[in-house]
Ligand binder design. Structure first.
Ligand code: FBP
Ligand code: MG
Ligand code: MG
Length: 337
């Protein structure tokens, strides 16, 4: 078990064997992300002050109004990753298409692509509720020395070499996996260093929290309606408690600590749900599974879905293993009727 209060830098060096490729590369990837996260954290903490509040007046490829912090965070992560000579391409929620990073000598020698949701939970920025950043990292599949292509981004989630999130909440935490368990690091803002505060995070097998936007209840598939009724029934260890922050990162983080399930299903209003497979569901699913939880679209394991589009959406069920299995049971039964 790693020593608590180890710095993230020490942890990476000590655990380099858990990364499939050379340690130096992982350090540079995670260091880029933690640096950009510190800069973004600084701005998030000022949310409410004039210059950082509200919409920027643009609409992203999802048709969503972009908040100033969406754009600010996007620029900081892209800039920081680009300057560290480690990525050959970046895809982001805030960019229509992927960005090719040629590298200092324009030789396309870098080996990793990063997919990012720079600011998750945008609707909560101006109301002082916790938000996050989500990242997913793959090794490129196209030859080194050639420009990155869409193929490098459309890999199934089970090919991720690392994934994680930052939650900007009561404290700022960076939580990540390289396929060898999940560890959480809390930022000490006084000295700007992340310390290992949550070693070897584990999803409780079951829990008593369900997180879903029940405002859309009438539009949900029958299986989801049945599962919500199950959660609310006065039986056994139920009713469960409803908790919904409206920031995917924060809802899943809480459920990972306390036990619970988060669901963003498809509905008659959005045929594939809202969340994006590549930079929301895949990285969160990798973390959830590495912590002993489960993640699916109600039927299929998220990490086995073969992506077809950069910004494609999928229904998302994730959390405590037994709770997700129960929800899938309701989905299965309803689909047979
Ligand atoms: O308001 P709704 O429809 O419940 O959606 C909330 C969900 O949408 C999101 O805000 C989508 O993410 P972005 O803020 O990155 O677009 C999730 O974080 C959250 O879980
Ligand atoms: Mg998001
Ligand atoms: Mg976002």
């Amino acid at each position: 078990m790693p020593a608590k209060n180890q710095t993230i830098g020490e942890f990476i060096i000590e655990n380099q064997s858990s990364f499939a490729y050379t340690s130096g590369e992982l350090s540079r990837l995670i260091n880029s992300i933690r640096l950009a996260a510190k800069v973004v954290n600084h701005e998030v903490n000022k949310a409410g002050l004039v210059d950082i509040t509200g919409a920027i007046g643009g609409v992203n490829v999802q048709g969503e109004e972009q908040q100033k912090l969406d754009v600010y965070a996007n620029e900081r992560f892209i800039e920081t990753l680009t300057n560290r000579e480690i990525v050959c391409g970046i895809a982001s929620e805030e960019n229509d298409d992927f960005i090719t990073i040629e590298g200092q000598n324009c030789d396309h020698k870098n080996k990793y692509v990063v997919l990012i949701d720079p600011l998750d939970g945008s609707s909560n920025i101006d109301v002082n509720v916790s938000v996050g950043t989500i990242f997913s990292i793959y090794r490129r599949v196209t030859p080194v020395g050639t420009p990155v292509t869409k193929e490098d981004f459309l890999q199934p989630g089970n090919k991720q070499v690392a994934a994680g999130y930052i939650v900007y909440g009561t404290s700022t935490m960076l939580v990540y996996t390289t396929g060898d368990g999940v560890n959480g690091f809390t930022l000490n803002p006084a000295i700007g260093t992340y310390y290992l505060s949550h070693p070897n995070m584990k999803f409780p097998e079951t829990g008593k929290i369900y997180s879903i936007n029940e405002g859309n209840y009438n539009h949900f598939p029958q299986g989801v309606k049945d599962y919500i009724k199950y959660c609310q029934a006065e039986e056994g260890d139920r009713p469960y408690t409803a908790r919904y922050i409206g920031s995917l990162v924060s809802d899943v983080h809480r459920n990972m600590i306390k036990g619970g399930i988060y669901i963003y299903p498809k509905s008659s209003k959005s045929s594939n749900g809202k969340l994006r497979l590549l930079y929301e569901c895949n990285p969160m699913a990798f973390i959830v599974e590495q912590a002993g939880g489960k993640a699916s679209d109600g039927f299929t394991r998220i990490l086995d879905i073969k992506p077809t589009e950069l910004h494609q959406r999928v229904p998302f069920f994730c959390g405590s293993k037994k709770m997700v299995e129960k929800a899938e049971e309701f989905m299965e039964n309803a689909s047979k009727k």
